[in-house]
Design a protein around this ligand. Structure first.
Ligand SMILES: Cc1cc2nc3c(=O)[nH]c(=O)nc-3n(C[C@H](O)[C@H](O)[C@H](O)COP(=O)(O)OP(=O)(O)OC[C@H]3O[C@@H](n4cnc5c(N)ncnc54)[C@H](O)[C@@H]3O)c2cc1C
Ligand code: FES
Length: 271
């Protein structure tokens, strides 16, 4: 197992919009080009974007990298329109600039030799998992990519997504497997390679289900948490997650956002 990447050199930079288009209901893909040399991010890392020079919204918003062109300053994020900042972001036109800080946080550790990566993504968790899957495919590391969402209109039918052969799960069965990603894992449990390592990004309940599934198989599980953040650089504890160690809390923006799921405090399973 390779160690989780240490922090790369992060900096504040301005980036120009190259593309900002809808890829599913309420989901857009934004491609940016940094106006100066920046560190190449690793899958799992994120950047913060100041979407407007006005005072509202005041805080930068964190988004995980969804892809980057090799040795280049172009990168993308996949985001969901949720509130003020993401509405403003959705209105950005080609050629407009946004203020960014990145790359921030740690990254997904690569699987060890002969391990298969089981990648589980849901909702806005798709970006970093897609980025990671592309890296695994390039290195010819075996992986299974499971994507879950409520209904077919939320599936991002982009070439980058489809070429990774995702197993699509929808809650209402309108596309692919009917049920959650956890339901899918349960039904295919016996076919999942014994030497597997799990990675999840998405809603908390999905991450917990992924962790419990992996734990039952004595497999390692890494999750990327998408805590609400304030400063984004480790100064405010606004993104603290509960851990089982003496420290009690770790910062998602600094020690994370990728954590060994076994380190996190999960609620007791509901009976
Ligand atoms: C490390 C990290 C990576 C992220 N990566 C992505 C990404 O790749 N794509 C993406 O779409 N979003 C991502 N997010 C979440 C993103 O930061 C929020 O969606 C965004 O800040 C919302 O801003 P807003 O002003 O549009 O919404 P707000 O007005 O701030 O919030 C609108 C609604 O969304 C809820 N909300 C806001 N932030 C979060 C959050 N982090 N988790 C759950 N609910 C939230 C609020 O409680 C509120 O109900 C990431 C967050 C973190 C911490
Ligand atoms: S958001 Fe301030 S410490 Fe993480």
């Amino acid at each position: 197992m390779l160690p989780v990447a240490t922090k790369l050199f992060m900096k504040q930079f301005s980036a120009k919009v190259l593309k900002n288009c809808q890829i599913a209901d309420n989901f857009l893909e934004l491609t940016l080009s940094a106006n100066e040399p920046v560190s190449v991010p690793l899958p799992g890392q994120f950047l913060t974007i100041r979407v407007s020079s006005s005072t509202t919204p005041l805080l930068r918003r964190p988004f995980a990298y969804a892809g980057v062109t090799q040795n280049s300053t172009e990168f993308s994020i996949i985001y969901q329109k949720r509130g003020n900042a993401t509405e403003i972001l959705a209105g950005k036109q080609i050629g407009e600039s946004v203020d960014c800080i990145g790359p921030l946080g740690n990254s997904f550790p690569f699987p060890g030799q002969n391990e298969t990566a089981i990648l589980i993504a849901g909702g806005v968790g798709i970006g970093p998992i897609l980025f990671f899957a592309e890296g695994l495919a390039r290195k010819k590391t075996p992986f299974i990519f499971v994507f879950g969402c409520r209904t077919s209109s939320l599936v991002p039918d982009t070439p980058a997504f489809l070429k990774l052969n995702p197993i699509i799960c929808t809650d209402d069965g309108s596309r692919g497997f009917k049920g959650t990603t956890a339901d899918y894992l349960q039904t295919t449990n016996s076919t999942i390679p014994e030497k597997s390592i799990f990675y999840g990004c998405g809603p908390g309940r999905m991450l917990e289900a992924c962790y419990r599934f992996a734990n039952a198989r004595n497999a390692q599980c890494w999750v990327s948490v998408e805590q609400v953040m304030a400063c984004g650089v480790g100064a405010c504890m606004g993104c603290a997650v509960k851990v089982k160690t003496e420290q009690k809390f770790l910062r998602a923006c600094k020690e994370g956002p990728v954590f060994d799921a076994n380190l996190l405090v999960w609620e007791e399973p509901t009976k």
